[in-house]
Design a protein around this ligand. Structure first.
Ligand code: SAM
Length: 274
């Protein structure tokens, strides 16, 4: 599966035409595949979950390296090809990765990998961060990868940046040109690695996530307005929580650090309990 003509030939045999609406861009480069799989540092007794295996370009290497490989593929023809091709070496879940129970599939120490379908990559990354695999290696469009790394006060800063900072360390594994896919996507891609963080001293994910999403859902508004519109928090309660957290209520969400979001989530939680 390291040339466009081989991939095209298999797809033709299966009667599958790459569908844009499913983000079907198949990896046709041996070196990129090796770098992605190497970044997982797989051990024989690891469990790994793959999102969107397609024709199995990454999967082939995964099953060679470890004994518990699970994959989620939405395309029926591809899912049945994978079942047939990998026989008992791969558990294939046919369905939408956005609806899959990722924590259950990962178990306590699972790793995750995927050349993600770009049309849902943001939503998928939020679910992946929430499921907290020990390591996740993901191919993403460069713009999403940049948002994941963006610090406070930068134009790319968004909910994804703060939630990523909360849940995981990030590093770049590779930059990948469009020519390494069949058919080529219209955007540049990047492979990133996420390593789960132990966030024991911070607010819990269910506390912090809605606050972060409200702040960036109304990013042009001052924080007190964003909390009111995004969470339905009464203006005076929001203002008080912001002041208690040491944040000027007139600031905008993109200027807040993770530590400030954490203090704010805790202050809101405490006020709502009173
Ligand atoms: N892993 C393969 C590779 O690298 O060649 C294929 C990657 S392709 C970018 C994305 C894959 O995700 C396709 O196989 C597509 O059918 C699958 N897919 C699209 N939407 C999905 C969804 N909601 N849930 C699970 N798989 C999905």
């Amino acid at each position: 599966m390291t040339s466009p003509s081989v991939v095209r030939g298999i797809l033709d045999e299966l009667g599958v035409r790459p569908q844009k609406r499913l983000g079907q861009h198949f990896l046709v480069d041996f070196h990129a595949r090796e770098r992605i799989v190497d970044a997982l540092d797989l051990q024989p007794d690891d469990r790994v979950v793959e999102i969107g295996p397609g024709l199995g370009a990454l999967t082939q290497r995964l099953v060679e390296l470890c004994g518990d490989v699970r994959a989620i593929e939405i395309d029926r023809a591809l899912a049945s090809f994978l079942r047939e091709h990998f026989k008992g070496r791969l558990q294939v879940y046919e369905g939408d990765a956005l609806e899959a129970d990722l924590p259950d599939m990962l178990g306590p120490a699972g790793k995750l990998v995927g050349n993600l379908p770009y049309y849902i990559s943001t939503a998928l990354v939020v679910r992946i961060l929430e499921a907290a695999p020990t390591v996740a290696v993901l191919m993403l469009q460069s713009e999403v990868a940049e948002r994941l790394s963006a610090g406070p006060g930068t134009p790319q800063r968004g909910a994804l940046s703060v939630l990523r900072e909360y849940a995981a360390e990030i590093d770049t594994v590779a930059r990948v040109g469009a020519g390494l896919f069949y058919p080529p996507p219209q955007v540049g891609s990047r492979v990133i690695r996420l390593r789960a963080r132990k966030a024991a001293t911070l607010s819990s994910w269910p506390q912090i996530r809605p606050v972060v999403q409200a702040a960036f859902g109304y990013r042009r508004k001052m924080m007190e307005r964003a909390l009111e519109e995004g969470l339905g928090t009464r203006r005076e309660v929001g203002r008080r929580a912001l002041v208690e957290a040491g944040i000027d209520p007139a600031r905008r969400g993109e200027t807040l650090s993770l530590a400030e979001f954490d203090r704010l989530a805790a202050a809101l939680g405490a006020l709502q309990e009173r």
